[in-house]
Design a protein. Structure first.
Length: 568
């Protein structure tokens, strides 16, 4: 079998030779390494590789960032769509503000995946650490990592599809094979023709035939008989907020269990690259961030129960009891709600594929500077859409609000309506919806439709921000937990609203049900950012330690007085 190719491109022959030598010295056992001099030769070589259906793992463009370089990277996406694209610069050159701005724009618009410092010396471990991230992400996407779960099913639908979704949501590397494919038949030969589909082939050698949700949860490491074991802390939701709480809780000696109906990562899992998370200069995918947090929590002893949906929450016998859809329950001294919010999607497959590469869900602050002089569209007509339009208008050549309703006044505050109308580079298209669009590896056009006439129009677009609302997953909570008009959970001082029965005031992130806390996107007025969700996870643990201390002082009763310094 041919080895995957690492293609280095530079217009300086001496620099190209040094880069090629560095790559060959470290990776030639598992990868082919090839150097190409100049843009024209690189473009010709990409066409050859595409025609030969060669497997290209990464293309490293070390020539100066220019229109030609951008065109080359666009060609990589079109001709070798599975290859990772990286820009290689002299070390510390990104301190040049003009260059840094151009790199950010290229990453925001999906023209490049990574940037690397040009290697210096025979063994540049800084370069190779970054290169290892590139290759690991490529390997994960190609399902060639050693711990891949293999699924065999009869069709691309039904239970087999559900299992694939579970492992995708759990950020577990997996592959799916139809039973009548060559690979599927090879796997079936290991267990015999009478096995009931779908089948799961686990990395440890076990094979599960048409597994139940409980069997899958146990295969993923759920504690046996967890319903008979009272925990210190039960966390509902395994997104960034829940994972953070699990890491801090388990590391501080609490017996922690995390319950999630799907898997790890929450909304962050769909982020192709989180570029503004502290400590990751080159960005980190939502998947990788979730994987690291999950592993970290497990190392500290946190337990995870996946594929179990919470159905109710109640207090009895001094514990909080979380009921699950299979009839079992898990109990704890405290509960953290970290179920997040489901952001409404457009439902356009060609645009969903470009999430993070010109298509974004939610706020626009971190992407705005990269959109200087670009054509930007916002789907939505509420206050958040109006605020985003005004902010993006500082950078974009033009911002267009696409509003399904016949006017923006219905969903937007008057002061914002006036500001939007006064902005010279903000247009508003009412009675219009986004029904299509796409591009080669990045957003290049949208299809808009007038709802009244059905007329369609294709427009050039560099970025689309979808801001059509988020729905918190709180329908299952008891009425004793106060929520706002949109279903987001009230905490702290706001949770008092007629439902709080104790003498003490609720703690800062505590809900109107004593001992139950809410963090992350599910909480009313939370900041919809990965970093803030992670921060709230750590703060909640500090408050829970305080709560346990107060209850111990009061003989285990939840109505212990709270010092003023700890109240909301």
């Amino acid at each position: 079998m041919a080895r995957p190719l690492l293609l280095a491109v530079d217009d300086d022959p001496h620099a190209l030779q040094a880069l090629e030598s560095q790559l060959a010295g470290r990776y030639s056992v598992d990868y082919q390494v090839e150097g190409v001099l100049g843009f024209s030769e690189a473009l010709r070589r990409l066409h050859e590789l595409s025609a030969a259906r060669a497997e290209v793992a990464a293309v490293l463009a070390a020539q100066p960032l220019s229109d030609e370089t951008a065109q080359l990277l666009d060609s990589v996406r079109e001709l070798c769509p599975r290859a990772k694209r990286a820009l290689v610069f002299p070390r510390r050159s990104w301190t040049n503000s003009r260059l840094a701005s151009a790199v950010r724009a290229s990453m925001t618009l999906g023209r490049v995946d990574y940037f690397l410092a040009r290697p210096v010396g025979p063994r540049d471990e800084v370069f190779h650490a970054a290169m290892a991230d590139v290759l690991l992400e490529w390997a994960n996407e190609q399902r060639v990592v050693p711990d891949t779960v293999h699924i065999v099913g009869e069709a691309w639908s039904g239970r087999a599809y559900e299992l694939r979704a579970v492992f995708e949501n759990c950020a577990v590397s997996h592959s799916f094979w139809l039973a009548d494919s060559d690979e599927g038949r090879d796997l079936l030969a290991r267990v015999g023709p009478d096995a009931k589909l779908p089948l799961l082939f686990l990395p440890d050698g076990r094979v599960l035939s048409d597994p139940t949700n409980g069997e899958i949860a146990e295969a993923a490491g759920a504690p046996s008989h967890f319903e008979q074991h009272p925990f210190d802390l039960v966390i509902v939701g395994a997104g960034p907020a829940g994972l953070s709480a699990a890491v801090y809780g388990a590391s501080e000696g609490l017996d922690v269990v995390v319950v999630d109906a799907r898997g790890i990562g929450g909304q962050a899992r769909s982020s192709s690259l989180v570029r503004n998370y502290l400590g990751f200069a080159r960005g980190v995918t939502g998947r990788r961030l979730a994987e690291h947090a999950y592993e970290q929590a497990q190392v500290f002893g946190a337990n995870f129960v996946f594929m179990h949906r919470a159905t109710s929450l109640a207090r009895s016998d001094g514990h909080l009891h979380l009921s699950l859809e299979d009839g079992r329950a898990v109990s704890g001294r405290a509960v953290i709600l970290a179920t997040g919010a489901a952001y409404r999607r457009l439902g356009v497959a060609s645009l969903e594929e470009l999430t993070g590469n010109g298509v974004f869900y939610g706020a626009a602050a971190s992407e705005a500077p990269a959109l200087l002089g670009r054509e930007v569209f916002i789907a939505g007509g509420g206050n958040s859409a109006g605020q985003a339009a005004l902010y993006l208008a500082r950078y974009a050549r033009r911002v267009t609000l696409v509003v399904r309703g016949q006017s923006v006044q219905a969903g937007m505050s008057d002061y914002l309506v006036q500001a939007v109308e006064a902005a010279p580079n903000v247009d508003v298209r009412t009675g219009t919806e986004v029904i299509g669009g796409g591009g080669h590896g990045r957003l290049q056009q949208l299809v808009l439709r007038k709802r009244e006439t059905g007329d369609e129009e294709s427009v050039a677009a560099d970025a689309l921000f979808v801001m059509i609302g988020a729905r918190p997953q709180t329908e299952w909570l008891p009425a004793t937990i106060a929520r706002d008009d949109h279903g987001f959970v009230l905490t702290g001082e706001e949770a008092v609203r007629g439902l709080w029965q104790l003498e003490r005031q609720p703690l800062a992130l505590e809900t109107s049900m004593p001992g139950v806390f809410a963090i992350g996107d599910v909480r009313h007025a939370s900041v919809k950012r990965v970093a803030s969700a992670v921060g709230e996870g750590s703060v909640a643990l500090r408050l829970i330690h305080d709560l346990f201390a107060y209850e111990a002082h009061a003989g285990g009763q939840p109505q212990a007085a709270t010092p003023a310094s700890h109240t909301a």
